[in-house]
Design a protein around this ligand. Structure first.
Ligand code: ATP
Ligand code: MG
Length: 211
């Protein structure tokens, strides 16, 4: 039975689609049977998946689907039986669709850029997860190489008793270039710092699954 992870954050542009795609590619590279579901009407991952079909042998095998909102639970249950990990990308703003995806998940992964706007927007996502009684792991994304803001945000979240993974992703141009090619950074640039960070994040999720 698969571990189902919904990547959710009400704040637009926090990195939900980037994380979902990169984690899917990284887990597929480890030989896991991966399903990636795009539940966002923006269809970001559907475009990624189209590019991926032309990406050649660097693209690890994974299954992609983009079910409409009401079909998400049934699709998820079906894929749960045939895969090791199911990753759901979710829309910003739309609480109904995000709620459906969160309800289908074993864990809600919440990306957060170290900025006050992202921090303030997170409360709504945490409320949704709490209402659906789903555990949450937060993960810092686009952390700048310099500055203390990330440390402050981390401290603030942990003081609130929230689980924050110790595997932040830096602000790296490699994410966008890999994405444009329909790849994850572990496929497009396996020796890069970005790839190292994504592998660490995937390993941290693997540890949460075994808990
Ligand atoms: N770690 C990172 N380093 C550099 N750029 C990043 C990183 N993560 C995401 N981005 C960039 O930030 C932008 C938004 O990312 P993404 O589309 O993944 O966010 P999202 O949360 O899915 O957005 P939406 O809420 O619109 O669905 C993209 O241009 C993406 O390439
Ligand atoms: Mg998105």
């Amino acid at each position: 039975m698969a571990f189902v992870v919904a990547v959710a954050q009400r704040k637009g542009g926090a990195g939900k689609s980037t994380l979902a795609a990169n984690l899917a590619a990284a887990f597929a590279g480890l030989g896991e049977r991966v399903a990636l579901l795009d539940t966002d009407p923006q269809k970001t991952l559907a475009f990624w998946s189209e590019a991926r079909a032309k990406a050649g042998p660097r693209a690890n095998v994974l299954d992609f689907e983009a079910p409409s909102g009401w079909r998400v639970p049934a699709t998820c249950e079906r894929l749960r039986r045939s895969h090791d990990i199911v990753l759901l990308d979710t829309p910003p703003h739309d609480d109904t669709d995000a709620r459906i995806a969160i309800r289908s998940a074993d864990l809600v992964l919440v990306p957060l850029q170290p900025s006050p706007a992202d921090l303030w927007a997170t409360g709504a996502t945490l409320d949704l997860a709490r209402a659906e009684k789903r555990p949450v792991a937060m993960t810092l994304n686009r952390v700048p190489a310099q500055g203390k803001l990330a440390e402050q945000v981390l401290k603030e979240l942990r003081q609130k008793g929230l689980t924050v993974l110790d595997t932040p992703l830096g602000n790296r141009s490699g994410f966008a270039s890999a994405f444009a090619a329909g790849l994850g950074v572990t496929e497009a640039a396996p020796r890069s710092q970005a790839a190292e960070e994504v592998r660490a994040l995937a390993a941290a999720l693997g540890r949460l699954r075994r808990r």
